[in-house]
Design a protein around this ligand. Structure first.
Ligand code: SF4
Length: 254
């Protein structure tokens, strides 16, 4: 029998609301009720452009104009509510990628890009952990730095990196493929063009792995016949709100 797979997105959905996890991953409503998500579409377009930028050799190989043209060419309207909205986001995307380009050209990194936008999997025993990693850099001493781009944040702090659930999942995935390397995890906030990186120890990853195993065991062993939703702040923006109200009797907050 195929093992169940879990991604950071799936696990984060469960941590936010177990009912939402039920709708999204255990019923067809997950696909039927998928909404246009401009913020997500914006991030996906930027990821594509940065993937291209690094795959062709970065600022050393690409002029600023060529990078600009690449974003125009790679831009997709999918996921936006209208073409006008997509164009507005594209203008912001052009500004952010030009800012990114200029910073890379002004201060070339000593690290090399090992890979970008790669899906990795790790057999965790009872389940398979999987995740798409934005970028991994290799430092001159062999340390690997796992970088997650954030296109919506106006700032990033060390504490946010230390507490980032997805990055710790990515570190477990990279550890499987490069077991002897020291690892760093980093968030690169594209709006302020600020990157914060911190080392992640083997002990921390061992502890995280234990917690992850417990979380997945809880999901797999849940009694999914009991669904009693209670109002949480996330309900207001949730695509499943009407389902929860209609089928499960969720009461709106006062
Ligand atoms: S509406 Fe609220 S309770 Fe229902 S799935 Fe969404 S977040 Fe969860």
């Amino acid at each position: 029998m195929r093992k169940p797979t879990f991604s950071p997105t799936k696990l984060t959905t469960y941590l936010t609301c177990r009912i939402k996890y039920h709708w999204a991953y255990m019923t067809p409503y997950g696909k039927w009720m998928r909404r246009a998500n401009p913020a997500f579409a914006f991030g996906a377009n930027l990821h594509r452009a940065l993937d291209y930028f690094h795959s062709v050799g970065g600022a050393e190989q690409l002029s600023q104009e060529q990078f600009h043209m690449a974003l125009e060419r790679l831009w997709s309207h999918a996921g936006f509510e209208s073409n006008a909205q997509s164009e507005a986001y594209k203008q912001t995307g052009l500004e952010l990628t030009q800012q990114y380009y200029q910073a890379q050209a002004a201060q070339p990194s000593e690290s090399v890009v090992l890979f970008t936008e790669r899906m990795l999997r790790r057999d965790m025993g009872r389940y398979v952990l999987m995740g798409r990693i934005d970028r991994v850099d290799e430092h001159p001493d062999g340390t690997l730095e796992i970088i997650d781009y954030k296109s919506g944040r106006s700032d990033v702090t060390e504490e946010q990196v230390l507490n980032d659930f997805a990055l710790h999942c990515y570190a477990l995935l990279v550890q499987e493929h490069y077991p002897d390397r020291s690892l760093w995890i980093a968030i690169h906030a594209l709006r302020p063009n600020k990157k914060v990186a911190v080392p992640v120890s083997r002990e921390t990853l061992d502890e995280f792995r234990e917690l992850l195993n417990q979380l997945v065991a809880q999901i797999l062993d849940e009694d999914w016949s009991i669904l009693n939703p209670e109002w949480i702040p996330e309900c207001a923006e949730c695509e499943f709100l009407e389902l929860c109200v209609r089928k499960l009797g969720l009461a709106h907050a006062e």
